[in-house]
Design a protein around this ligand. Structure first.
Ligand code: HEC
Ligand code: HEC
Ligand code: HEC
Length: 442
């Protein structure tokens, strides 16, 4: 009896292992000679440019440290808990880029996370989202990529432990966490909603930063848009748990995603900044409206909007008190000296370029991280509203000063419990700014 059970187990393992190998093994796709640039119609290339902007390809495939690199030539450094990842060259250079790739090879990479030669790709190349993209979009994307300037460049090798992890391990990861499949229209919703969902869930992969991840680095799909951490920044929740006192309405979302600044909520800074500035401002407006429409549904804006008038009045009142009240509280005086010159507003609503801190998510998140990062690095000309900057307080404020300002803002501008361990967290944020290339002070 025991022997039969053992045999059955061995049989299952053999069949299972065989099944795994069958699942894990992908053939190479033959090399082609690079297609002539003239073989693609101009309209197709232009559509491909838009798809590439919807998917921020240039953001992750262009080196930003070491003084930068040619566009799409790769070697962009992504810091992950599993070691640094350096992205490949996706210019049409035949030796170091995608020059020998057929359209079928690009489609397979986007839809299944498998490279042309058959090796499994890391999910840092968000194919868990790109798998939702249509064949037509990828065909246009191929035309755009193959008509870019070829650049010879080989990325740096990945860091430890990724550098020694066999690629076959990725097949196991995929089996557990990756479901390939195109986006399917939801007939319960209209065309604009479906367009927004197609872009947000697919090419624009908003969830890759705004959805929390499990220990294996996969998005927790049951907690979609609950907020997460990226490059040390908190990417706030985009669902109804977003904590800002005024709701992210369809119009606020549109302004933020299109222009990088929302009248009530403030600027898109840090890792969010390129999303509007380098990409969503360069695609058809109707696509950005569709994404805003979709997220106004995700965060139940319509049902929650009623409280906005009161929240706005409360915020304006707190700002007015700062202007008129004689401040005896030393923390209030510290804030007035450092911040109030720019962050004051009078009723009825904040002036664009002068964000009302009482309405900004930095004060309402569970941790003071974003508030600290903004104080330490300031906000550059390229972030938020163009032409408007916030200076860095890296030198002007000590960790203790920052902690006092944070505590005071939290106390006077929100209805939430105080943050804890503030001085220690200020020191941590300072370390992050010193060490990370993306957060380097300006
Ligand atoms: C969030 C960052 C990120 C974005 C956005 C991104 N990529 Fe990548 N991509 C990567 C990384 C990292 C890899 C390497 C994965 C690996 O080494 O296994 C990669 C790999 C690839 C590969 C495989 C190349 C090879 O040699 O095997 C292709 C093709 C590719 N990306 C194309 C694109 C296109 C097209 C877009 C835009 C639609 C895009 N990527 C957007 C990070 C990104
Ligand atoms: C590379 C990571 C990344 C991607 C991709 C990304 N976001 Fe963000 N997002 C962030 C971070 C970080 C912040 C916080 C920025 C700040 O405080 O200025 C943010 C802020 C936001 C905010 C403001 C929330 C608040 O309450 O302050 C909205 C709205 C938003 N993102 C929507 C989106 C949408 C929609 C997409 C997809 C089209 C998207 N994001 C893609 C990282 C990202
Ligand atoms: C010289 C003017 C100026 C001073 C002083 C200033 N800020 Fe700002 N701050 C700005 C501007 C302008 C923006 C919006 C930038 C944009 O839209 O491009 C901003 C944005 C912010 C944001 C929103 C960031 C985001 O990503 O949503 C926070 C939080 C903030 N400031 C906090 C502070 C604090 C705290 C102080 C005092 C230590 C301070 N600021 C001092 C001008 C200033």
């Amino acid at each position: 009896m025991l022997k039969r059970i053992l045999l059955a187990i061995v049989g299952l393992v053999v069949i299972g292992g065989g099944g795994f190998l069958w699942y894990a093994w992908w053939p190479g796709i033959p090399k082609i000679s690079p297609p002539a640039a003239g073989s693609f119609p101009a309209a197709k290339i232009e559509r491909g440019r838009i798809v590439a902007a919807q998917g921020y390809c240039a953001e992750c495939h262009t080196r930003t440290d070491l003084g930068g690199g040619p566009e799409l030539a790769g070697d962009y450094r992504m810091v992950t808990p599993f070691g640094d990842i350096f992205s490949p060259n996706i210019t049409p250079d035949p030796e170091t880029g995608l020059g020998n790739w057929s359209e079928a090879a690009l489609r397979r990479a986007m839809h299944y996370g498998v490279s042309r030669d058959g090796h499994h790709l890391l999910p840092a190349f968000v194919y868990d989202h790109f798998t939702k993209m249509s064949d037509a979009d990828i065909s246009d994307l191929y035309a755009w990529i193959m008509t870019r300037k070829p650049e010879k460049m080989t990325p740096r090798p990945n860091g430890f432990p990724l550098s020694i992890t066999p690629r076959i391990v990725m097949a196991g990861w995929k089996m557990m966490f990756f479901t390939p499949g195109r986006y399917v229209n939801d007939p319960k919703h209209d065309a604009q909603w479906n367009r927004g969902a197609y872009l947000a869930e697919g090419a624009s992969h908003c969830g890759s930063c705004h959805t929390p991840r499990n220990l294996a680095g996969a998005e927790k799909t049951g907690h979609a848009y609950n907020g997460s951490v990226v490059d040390g920044w908190i990417a706030p929740p985009l669902n109804a748990t977003n904590p800002t006192p005024t709701v992210w309405t369809e119009e606020e979302l549109f302004q933020y995603l299109r222009n990088g600044v929302a009248p009530l909520h403030g600027p898109a800074a840090g890792p969010m900044s390129p999303v509007p500035h380098s990409f969503l401002s360069k695609i058809p407006e109707s696509d950005v409206r569709a994404i805003a429409h979709y997220f106004a549904w995700v965060d139940h804006a319509k049902e929650r909007e009623a409280g906005d008038t009161k929240a706005l009045a409360t915020a304006m009142e707190a700002s007015r008190k700062d202007l008129t009240g004689f401040q005896t509280d030393p923390d209030a005086r510290l804030y007035q000296g450092a911040c109030a010159a720019c962050h004051y507003n009078a009723a009825p609503s904040p002036v664009l370029g002068r964000p009302e801190l009482a309405l900004n998510s930095a004060l309402w998140l569970n941790e003071p991280t974003n508030l600290y990062l903004v104080m330490l690095r300031g906000i550059s000309n390229e972030e938020g509203q163009s032409g408007v900057v916030m200076p860095s307080f890296y030198k002007a404020l000590s960790d203790k000063d920052m902690a006092r300002i944070a505590a005071w803002l939290r106390r006077t501008r929100t209805t939430l419990p105080p943050w804890t361990d503030l001085e220690h967290k200020a020191a941590e944020a300072r370390k992050l700014v010193e060490q990370s290339p993306v957060n380097a002070s300006h």
